[in-house]
Design a protein around this ligand. Structure first.
Ligand SMILES: [Zn+2]
Length: 306
């Protein structure tokens, strides 16, 4: 049977669903205008950015890796959470048995005030800092400083942009269009050769430098977190809502299959479902389009109007 695109039947099922899990990926944040790091431009074109997201790269050149992550933190702070982030945060407040599993490291769910006890950040966060020393357990879960230390400030350049809203004290271009000068990240500036002493130091051991609190390629996901998720999923979930993530990234994709196998239903919200690598028979509902429009709409029976 092909999946339904009917919002009304989804609403009916949602209203009786008790345990609900959401599985989120890059498509959730794409509506906020956040580029994926694979598309990093400017100076970063000289680097295989996939190879900067590894423990080996950090060991080899922590200054380079830190400049990459400082840039990503800066870019993430330039955008704002969208209505889909807020809708999920609202559902977490209104519905006790709701768990969000997100692969996004961009901090947008945190900034949408998603309750922390009902979300798991599978791949960590750009805004978490950890000690790079093996024997030190220092973690700062939410550090939104930009830059973290002065030497990690991203290079900025003045740019003249059209004003979003007319206001006083603005320049006028010849044509009368209001413009203003603003500072934006200048990705053409050469990267600096940073020393260890330029990088953030762990405030606990005061010996090792801090590292980004993300899961790098070749690293394991946090074991305690994984155990907690397994425990939550042992009781069958009634509904899994997949938002903007492909069926190719494990363990995330496996969670949707688990819900289905234990008798729950699965819905997906994505711009293009067919490109995601999901098996065609897993979905009961398919909602193709922009997450920021669809997610608040399909959750309306539980969260009201956004
Ligand atoms: Zn330390």
């Amino acid at each position: 049977m092909s999946p339904s695109t009917d919002v009304a039947s989804f609403h009916t099922y949602l209203s009786s669903a008790r345990r609900i899990v959401a599985l989120c990926g890059a498509g959730l944040s794409a509506s906020s205008g956040l580029p994926t790091f694979r598309g990093a431009g400017g100076m970063w074109r000289n680097y295989d950015v996939m190879r900067l997201a590894t423990p080996e790269a950090f060991k080899r050149d922590p200054g380079l890796v830190w400049q990459f992550y400082s840039m990503r933190r800066h870019m993430a702070l330039q955008v704002t959470p969208n209505k889909a982030h807020y809708a999920l945060a609202e559902l977490a407040r209104k519905h006790p048995a709701f768990l969000t599993l997100t692969q996004n490291v961009d901090g947008l769910s945190v900034r949408a005030n998603h309750p922390n006890d009902s979300i798991r950040y599978l791949h960590g966060s750009l805004f978490a800092l950890r000690c790079s020393g093996y024997l030190c357990d220092y973690v700062d879960d939410q550090n939104f400083a930009d830059p973290i230390v002065p030497s990690l400030a991203v290079p900025m350049a003045k740019k003249t942009v059209e004003q979003r809203a007319p206001g006083p004290a603005s320049g006028q271009s010849d044509g009368g269009t209001p413009t203003e000068e603003t500072l934006v990240y200048d990705e053409s500036v050469e990267l600096q050769a940073l020393q260890l002493s330029d990088l953030p130091v762990c405030p606990k051991c005061q010996q090792n430098i801090l590292r980004p609190g993300v899961v790098w390629f070749g690293e394991n996901l946090d074991l305690d977190m994984m155990d907690g998720i397994e425990h939550w999923l042992e009781q069958p979930a009634d509904l899994c809502i997949v938002i903007g993530t492909s069926g190719l990234v494990y363990p995330a994709a496996g969670y949707a299959h688990r819900v289905k196998e234990l008798g729950g239903k699965v819905a997906i919200v994505d711009l293009d479902v067919s490109s995601g690598g999901w098996s065609s028979n897993i979905f009961d509902w398919v909602f193709e389009g922009d997450a920021t429009k669809i997610v608040p709409e399909i959750l309306k029976p539980l969260i009201g109007d956004m």
